[in-house]
Design a protein around this ligand. Structure first.
Ligand SMILES: *Cc1c(COP(=O)(O)O)cnc(C)c1O
Length: 486
């Protein structure tokens, strides 16, 4: 294959005078545009023939690693296979042709979809009601914390300005708390990876608005002490928030509402299968227990006595968090996924995700350092290679995996270990796929000992090797011009 097609920009494929279109003959007289509407210089558009355009973009698309092209064990992100039936439904014209501002009477089906999905999520989460309006998990966290603030304010409990977040938490937890105008207090984890209840107890006073927990936590460990924690939090007058990004292994097995959580979000794009590499699209519905639903954002979708649906807004709501009813196509995919799996299928998903993670963990622990022993849920974390004498880091292992055709696991998160390597196989992978991955991970561990330079300088087979992340973040080049091409 011509490398130009997959490493060049379309501008670099451009040749003066080439065209990929043919306009029909102009049968009207020419009219000059007013000069103030004319640009002074012609735009720098690529000039390319049709086959070059088609090949360029098709080849580029194969550079983009996706769950449709290979195994994607990116911990914390739940990169499960996204069934194609979801796409078929979400791309149906009756969904894609909707306008968010259409009159209610013309979008009854869409409102029904929203209402049914929020009902299923309430059942799955053990909550009273969900809003589907937030656009992502982090947006859900912010919305949930705003619900919690609205609750405290409604009781005139104005001193509650702090949120307790475990040291193992996803970075979005403290970030959302800060955006909500709350202060962050960190609670420590114990050796076994779970939240230290003894560290938590003295932190709980009348200034605490909420405690945010993830269960299973970001290490893939089930937090067994939630009932005790819920009691402590409620006795202190605070609310317990559930970061539902890790709901996957609990599907059909356990419900946050039953554990004592008051507010939660779900990442529809993770647990309920929407393609979400590269930052979108997402959906972060927020659920609340009974007694908090009046604070959910406007608008809400309600079912009327005559069976019709309408939008309702209330005074007690925290306001709006999105201009419309959220990311509707992601909601459609989630409902398609839930309906096609059914209750039994969903319960099976969680069990298989747990089985797959434990299988990979146990098979690899001879070569990779497992800092926390015991059963994990859907994911687990190694602390780099077991053989620490080679100087081969987790980054090197991740880069070498690219040469072998795998997306790298999550690296250097959570922050509890120096060489964190976080693997989440998900339930959709077969034992054959897992065995191949295990064998490649063993190869890399062996190579790290026998030929460390090859691992340290990987990847060797990708079009781009080691971009300078820091330079790219500090001085990104986001436009093309002849100048920066040289
Ligand atoms: C992914 C994730 C989030 C954030 O969700 P986004 O949809 O990416 O905003 C929060 N918490 C945990 C544990 C996550 O894995």
């Amino acid at each position: 294959m011509n490398r130009d097609f997959y490493s060049n920009l379309i501008f670099e494929v451009s040749r003066p005078g080439r065209k990929g279109y043919k306009l029909p003959k102009n049968e009207f007289e020419k009219v000059a545009l007013p000069s103030q509407l004319m640009r002074e210089t012609a735009p720098e558009l690529p000039e390319v023939d049709e086959p070059s355009v088609v090949r360029h973009y098709n080849n580029l698309s194969t550079n983009n690693f996706g769950v449709d092209t290979g195994f994607y064990p990116l911990g914390s992100c739940t990169m499960k296979y996204n069934p194609k039936i979801n796409e078929e439904i979400a791309s149906h014209p009756s969904i894609t042709h909707l306008h968010p501002m259409q009159p209610e009477s013309t979008v009854q089906g869409a409102l029904e979809l929203y209402h049914i999905l929020q009902g299923y999520l309430a059942e799955i989460g053990g909550m009273k009601e969900f809003t589907l309006n937030p656009f992502a998990g982090a947006h859900g966290e912010l919305t949930g914390l705003m619900v919690i603030r609205a609750y405290h304010m409604s009781r005139n409990d104005v001193k509650r300005v702090k949120v307790i977040v475990p040291d193992s938490a996803h970075g979005t937890n403290p970030a959302s708390a800060a955006v909500a105008g709350l202060e962050i207090v960190e609670v420590k984890s114990r050796e076994d990876g779970t939240v230290d209840v003894d560290d938590l107890r003295p932190l709980l006073d009348e200034t605490i608005a909420a405690v945010m927990m993830t269960n299973p936590n970001t290490l893939g460990i089930f937090e067994k002490n939630i009932p005790e924690i819920a009691n402590l939090v409620h006795e202190a007058g605070a609310l317990l928030y559930y970061d539902g990004a890790n709901l996957n292994p609990m599907l059909g097995m356990a419900r946050p509402g039953d554990m004592g959580f008051d507010v939660m979000h779900i990442n529809l794009h993770k647990t309920f299968s929407t393609p979400h590499g590269g930052g979108g699209p997402g959906s972060g519905p927020v659920g609340v227990r009974e007694g908090l639903e009046q604070f959910l954002p406007n608008p809400r979708v309600v079912k009327n006595n005559d069976g019709s649906y309408s939008l309702s807004t209330t005074e007690t709501a925290l306001g709006c968090v999105s201009a419309t009813l959220g990311n509707f196509a992601v909601q459609a995919r989630a409902l398609a996924y839930i309906l096609s799996l059914g209750h039994e299928g969903l319960a099976e998903a969680g069990k298989l995700a747990t089985l797959n993670a434990n299988y990979v963990k146990e098979r690899l622990r001879d070569s990779y350092l497992l800092p926390i022993d015991g059963l994990c849920k859907h994911e687990f974390v190694f602390d780099g290679l077991k053989d620490k004498s080679t100087g081969v880091t987790t980054l090197n292992v991740a880069k070498r995996l690219l040469d072998r055709g795998y997306h790298a696991p999550t690296i250097y998160f959570p922050l509890l270990f120096h060489e964190a390597l976080m693997i989440e196989p998900t339930e959709t992978e077969s034992k054959d796929t897992l065995d191949e991955f295990i064998s490649v991970m063993h190869d890399i561990a062996r190579e790290a000992t026998e030929d460390p330079e090859t691992v340290k300088t990987a990847p060797h087979l990708t079009p781009v090797t080691r971009p300078d992340d820091t330079e790219a973040a500090l001085h990104p080049i986001v436009t093309w011009s002849e100048l920066n091409a040289k």
